[in-house]
Ligand binder design. Structure first.
Ligand code: ZN
Length: 490
């Protein structure tokens, strides 16, 4: 039995204020990287039917972008899970925490929020309760496994060096301090790496050689199939056509294969950093020197404490269980009207006040997205994190906290940004929406909505309502001022 698992994911490239992906020039000839990687990988794999034969997880922020912008690819992914269910009695998809965060770096209640949101997201889209959950970067500790088990997740996937004894395959059982149990499937490290980084004959060779009486698990980035390796999506389709009879998914493997005993998981480990969780906390050497990693982690830890502290204080003052409200808030992320949610969830609190606090928490979680630290460069991905952090602090409405955070960012130095504060746009949110609406009007179009912003023109005034928080701004565009343009050098 052989299982090929693809982890499909992109950093959440949406601007935190407009919630739209702005152009990324490095992705030419495409507008941004989501478009380019969809063309190279997500779409061709859908057209080839590959998702119906492999085990996979899609990060919710990526799947949501596909749903909105490439609905035919999204539908093929959802359908593939159902095809797996018919063929093997278990769906192909694993759930994924709502954000791609390093779970061991969060405290338990934050872990529970991103795990529960990921499950609710999965249920909404795949129309079933997930059996397995993928851990971002396979980052694991005991509490992370406890939280998965608490939510009735049956299994997850780890790599060999995260397991004492380092055996591949499985499933193995992990006994947790609470008395709960969870299964882990262990990725064959050398084989997966050969397929990810070797020639096109590695995958068919591995499939042909896989024994029938035990599990061979290949797990790699889904983008290997077409983006990291050109043509690998066709290699996969051809190998499936030849050896498809040997394939299974993890749900079927969990049902058919008896656990091969218990194993001990090494906490504070991951699949993409041999230095434990160094890649997301310190200058561990992965991808080159990155002395900015640790201070950025400290800044985001500070953000977590600051936002959670404010949130706890607020919840106490209002006599509500803030974390229960936050867990429920996923309904808004799944499309429920924010105001209706607020009035229903806590009728005695002003909706605007409640929604601002919940959005601040959501923005804080998004700021923990692991991509910020992954590469040695302080660039685009770190920008995602610091922008969400700034949005979280704006929502708290305490200028001193925002100033303190910006000062911290300005002291974090690295290239190409220069320093982390340079990654935060000066013009953002309603001001950008107003400028865009004005530009559209001048061009003869009417912009009534830009992302979460509703736009109303009234003479020289633009009224902007943020649907997420019900915040209202009124801007007089006769006061916008004239930009000072520097003439080009001759
Ligand atoms: Zn490392």
């Amino acid at each position: 039995m052989i299982v090929i698992h693809g982890h499909f994911y992109q950093p959440p490239r949406e601007d935190p204020w407009l919630e739209a992906v702005l152009p990324e020039p490095s992705a030419v000839p495409y507008k941004h990287w989501n478009e380019r990687i969809t063309f190279e990988c997500y779409e061709p794999n859908a057209l080839l039917g590959n998702y119906t034969w492999i085990s996979f997880d899609f990060g919710p922020t990526l799947l949501d972008w596909l749903r909105r912008r490439r609905p035919h690819v999204y539908s093929a992914i959802i359908e593939a899970d159902k095809v797996g269910l018919e063929r093997w009695g278990h769906g192909n998809a694993l759930a994924h925490p709502y954000y791609h965060v390093i779970l061991p770096l969060l405290d338990r209640r934050n872990k529970e929020v991103v795990v529960e949101w990921g499950i609710k997201y999965f249920e909404r889209h795949f129309e079933r309760y997930p059996e397995g959950m993928w851990l971002p970067e396979m980052a694991v500790d005991t509490e992370t496994l406890e939280v998965l088990a608490e939510y009735d997740i049956k299994f997850t996937v780890l790599t060999q060096r995260q397991i004492r004894g380092g055996k591949a395959g499985g499933p193995y059982e992990v006994l947790l301090p609470s008395g709960r149990r969870i299964l882990v499937f262990v990725r064959d490290e050398a084989l997966s790496d050969r397929i990810a980084f070797g020639g096109p004959d590695e995958l068919p060779k591995a499939m042909e050689a896989a024994p029938d009486d035990r599990l061979t698990l290949i797990a790699l980035d889904g983008e290997t199939f077409g983006h990291h390796k050109k043509g690998e999506e066709r290699v996969l389709a051809t190998a499936i056509a030849r050896f498809g009879g040997k394939l299974a998914n993890l749900g079927l493997a969990a049902e058919r294969l008896k656990p091969l005993g218990t194993v001990e998981v090494i906490p504070g480990t991951s699949w993409s950093c041999p230095h434990g969780l160094g890649r997301w906390t310190r200058d561990c050497g992965c991808d080159g020197p990155a002395p900015w990693r640790q201070p950025l982690r400290e800044a985001i830890d500070w953000l977590n404490n600051t936002v959670d502290g404010a949130f706890d204080g607020w919840a106490k003052s209002r006599g509500v269980d803030g974390w229960a409200l936050l867990r429920k808030y996923v309904r808004v992320l799944l499309g429920e009207n924010a105001e209706a949610f607020a009035r229903n969830a806590a009728p005695h609190i002003q909706p605007r006040e409640l929604l601002r606090m919940l959005e601040a928490e959501r923005a804080k979680l998004a700021a923990n997205t692991s991509d910020a630290w992954f590469f040695a460069r302080l660039g685009l991905e770190a920008g995602i994190s610091v922008k969400w952090a700034v949005r979280a602090l704006e929502l708290l409405g305490d200028k001193a906290l925002l100033d303190e955070f910006m000062k911290r960012l300005s002291e974090i130095r690295g290239q190409p940004a220069g320093n982390a504060a340079a990654l935060v746009p000066t013009l953002r949110g309603p001001l950008v929406a107003a400028s865009m609406a004005l530009a559209a009007t001048i061009s003869g179009y009417t912009a009534e909505e830009l992302g979460p912003y509703q736009i109303h023109f009234n003479g020289v005034k633009i009224k902007i309502v943020d649907k997420r928080t019900l915040d209202v701004w009124e801007l007089d565009y006769s006061e916008f001022g004239v930009p000072i343009l520097k003439p080009a050098e001759q």
